[in-house]
Design a protein around this ligand. Structure first.
Ligand code: TRP
Length: 344
């Protein structure tokens, strides 16, 4: 494999994508963005991080929403300190080789394998529960989305793939597809593995369930300071009065506190709960802690959103770095499958 123009090394390749639907919230920050940025700062890995905008089409057919979400997600990662010099940060749609590989892999993917994908199966089950036709509302995009994800990964020889638990199966499918391909054509693709970080907190939302857009219980990451305060005040608590001891482990306020606080601050707040801190005071402390961490990135975020040309330039240079890998890789794959010039 020749990657003449790239500055990539022999370090293990860590690759992950973010689907560009929705606006980042505190749960995304604690559970995915912050740990990924920290990991990308290590010098013994090569990190590839991309905006999975073609994946967004599986979930949304609203052009403005997809566009807006791409901007917000790019600005979020950059505002929080992702260094585009150190990682390869790109937009999937800027790297057309991925889509070409996706077709090649489609021709190597058993339909039966896709039949078993959880996301697709959940849609079928939903239809059955509603007495609809099993295929109702299911596009080929949804059905074959694990193939596109395999192309995202295999195109870069991604080895370690940090994902949420819901995505483990897709990474295993990518591995399966790579193995079949390699078995027939020779060892062209690295075999990827899902990496799950058990230390990462799954943040609770306003109602105490997992913070998630689908539960409508999120705290947006970069809302104004005033709104952040308001959101934190909306976190559900019980009716215990000031002075009455409170169970820290049964409290969303404390759960979010833990995700932002030092060990010392955690122990201290636990004591304050036992001593009967008023909910209003606990929320005030939480606001201050979260705000302190987010205030500066919030300013950078606002600057980036106001300067889309600067983000576009960063993504263009990311695409250039990415294509230094994908152009030669696709040429290698095409040649392997017999699609090559008629004469040397
Ligand atoms: N499907 C992933 C998600 O919904 C996002 C994604 C797309 C991805 N391509 C990827 C993750 C490749 C890891 C590797 O979360």
């Amino acid at each position: 494999m020749t990657e003449k123009h790239s500055n990539h090394t022999d370090n293990p390749r860590v690759l992950t994508g973010i689907t560009t639907t929705g606006s980042p919230h505190l749960g995304n920050y604690v559970g995915a963005i912050k740990p990924a940025i920290q990991a990308s700062q290590s010098s013994d890995v090569d990190s590839f991080l991309f905006l999975a905008d073609y994946h967004a089409m599986i979930k949304s057919h609203e052009p403005e929403k997809i566009h807006q979400s791409s901007m917000e997600i790019a600005a979020t990662w950059l505002a929080l300190g992702l260094d585009p010099e150190q990682v390869t940060f790109y937009r999937q749609s800027d790297v057309p080789e991925i889509m070409e590989l996706s077709w090649i892999l489609t021709c190597w993917t058993a339909k039966g394998l896709m039949n078993r994908a959880h996301a697709y199966k959940a849609s079928v089950q939903g239809n059955e529960a509603n007495n609809d036709d099993a295929d109702f509302g299911i596009t080929m995009g949804l059905f074959s989305y694990p193939v596109l994800m395999a192309a995202d990964i295999l195109m870069f020889n991604g080895q370690q793939i940090p994902v949420g638990r819901d995505q483990i199966q897709h990474v295993e499918m990518a591995r399966d597809i790579a193995q079949r391909f390699n078995h027939h054509y020779g060892p062209h693709f690295a075999l990827p593995e899902a990496v799950i970080d058990d230390n990462v907190a799954v943040l609770q939302g306003l109602d105490g369930r997992k913070m998630s857009k689908s539960y409508n219980n999120t705290i947006p990451l970069f809302e104004t300071e005033k709104k952040l305060k308001k959101s934190i005040n909306k976190i559900k608590t019980n009716l215990l009065e000031p002075g009455e001891p409170k169970d820290a482990d049964d409290s969303t306020v404390f759960q979010i506190w833990q995700a932002f606080a030092s060990a010392e601050q955690i122990a201290d707040m636990r004591q304050q709960f036992a001593d009967g801190i008023a909910w209003g005071d606990a929320k005030k402390c939480l606001f201050e802690l979260v705000n302190q961490e987010l205030a500066q990135p919030r300013e950078r975020y606002a600057e980036l959103i106001a300067d889309p040309a600067a983000m576009e330039a960063i993504l263009a240079s990311g695409a250039e770095k990415a294509r230094a890998v994908t152009v030669p890789k696709l040429a290698e794959i095409r040649s392997a499958i017999g699609i090559r010039p008629m004469c040397a």
